[in-house]
Ligand binder design. Sequence first.
Ligand code: M6R
Length: 662
Amino acid sequence: MCGIFGYSGPRDVKETLLSGLKRLEYRGYDSAGIALNRGGEHRGGEFALYRSLGGVDELKKKLTELTGTAVENDKQTATLADVKNSDISTEYSYGIGHTRWATHGQVTEQNAHPHMSYDSALMLVHNGIIENYAELRDYIESKGITTRTETDSELLVHYISYCYHYLEEQESTAYDKRSNNIDRLVRAMSLASKKFIGSYAILLMCRYIPDTFFAQCEGAQLLISHGHDEVRISSDKNALFTAGASYIVLGDGELAIATRTDIRVQDRQEQQVVKTSQDLDEEFDVAEKGSYETYMLKEIYEHPRAVRQALTGRIHQADATAILNGFNFDMALLRSYRSVKLLSMGTSYYAAQIGATWLEAIAKIPASAEMAAEFVGREPVLDDVTLYIVISQSGETYDTLNAVKLIQQHGLKVYGICNVVGSRIGRMTDGGCYTHSGPEIAVASTKVMSGQMAILAALTLKIARVHTMSYARGQTLIDELEQIANHIDTMLNNQAIHHTIQELARQAIKASHLLFVGRGLSYYVAQEAALKFKELCYTHASAYSASELKHGPIALIDEYTPILIFAEEGPGRQKIFSTVQEVQARKGNVFLCGIQDHSLVDSTITLPYTEYYKTRNKGSVSDITFPFLHTVVAHLIAYYSAKIKGNNIDKPRNLAKSVTVE
Ligand code: M6R
């Protein structure tokens, strides 16, 4: 969702802010802005504010257009002198930037961040949602302060400034000494935050306090990297990009005062907190597109790697089991669980449904997957014999985090399967493991679903082995797990598959809606296929269980509605053929993905999973491999369809990479 980036240091501030924001773009955005500060007690400080609709490129264009002319100096930049753009790099020593994903207020330049306080002293960017914004607005307006935007974020900066002046009156000293200003501003932020209900990560700078950032978090995080005479603050590690530096994570209720040389952190009680730094080098793995046209295509090709990475070091051949040390399971604990509950959203939720099916069918333990938001919303009954696991690529999803909090509030443990190391879910959960799929930059999630499924398969093996699974069956499962990545590779390298999917895509984009159908595990892949198709193509798509079709959705079928059926060899084969016949009887245009015998299908799209079927021709709910293969096909269908339509593949409209709001 929104992204925050701040920089102070010897580099060109404007350029560094823009490249920092560029690395946040993948999170989703609709407008962007930066504010630069000359700062300084002697010169009185000066802000320069630039905002634009669209992304960082549009913002950059705007800045370039301003070269040699007076910088924007409207009512909101009231204190800005006629500074030439060419002066900026030399004159301005620090600044803050933001990519906005609209929640409160429309997508307009006015609503874009940064926002300036009514007294022109403070400039602020904000991630999150302030729930009591209406009450705050009334209060601020009752004090004679005019608001200029529809955002909740603007209210924060006014209110902090208001608190500052309140304290100033109490102490009857004006903005004069730097240390006083800093202390008072920190106290004003603390005071103000008592009135903020909701989630926020705030980054703020004061006109009168040179090269100093004020950062505050509640329900959202900020990372501060430090070293080489510079400081960077961001909501996302991707933007810190200074190899060799270290960083700290600012968490709930914490407030930091950060300069190039020093970071001071305090908690809600205004007590100093000693933070542990982490080495940025360890995770310095910023993805590049390489020779791929888009990040999404690159990431689809990384499905096999995601499976391998997830399983590396997690298979114990000799004992025919999985090693999942991060869960800290001991045998007794593992045996004590009576059921498993998997909680997540979106693509992670579909991976969870597949995992829950494996856990029941293979490990013989009752398991279910549920959308985290629905779980939290329905006042669930919780108990200590259920193994709770949340699953999230970003590790920042608000709804999933809420599930973590709810479970922990009941005094129970909750584990996590996350991709982003150091993310909030990664830190808040009581254990679990990282998928290690590498950074996922395209907004639509792809390869990490494979990483999640691989971990869930390993978990299934682990639990199965402490319950009923024999050593020999454990070995067979391991053999299968170890071949999955190779099967995906084979499939991705098969040009025939790409051609047939491209053909399908050409037909799919002509339709006004699409149906994806599956049975059992394939039903969950069908849901993922429909989600991805909607996300990328902006065309309606639904997913149905094959058994559900005749109970109503069959009414949708006509000659204009393409139906893609994910099916696999196995006991369900005959049932799927019945579904095909039912659909064809109503002139439905069927594409069959998976089963090798297409004699019943009019429009035959052959997806030859040949290598896989050569080695294994069973297929059942306990089959581990085919959901991985179907998932890659699902992602390729969305990819090629969006490509033919000419849509923005890496940044589809309206979407955000991390959904950090409710
Ligand atoms: O980061 P998470 O896995 O927690 O995200 C969950 C969903 O928001 C995410 O999968 C979303 O549905 C994506 N747009 C899917 O492409």
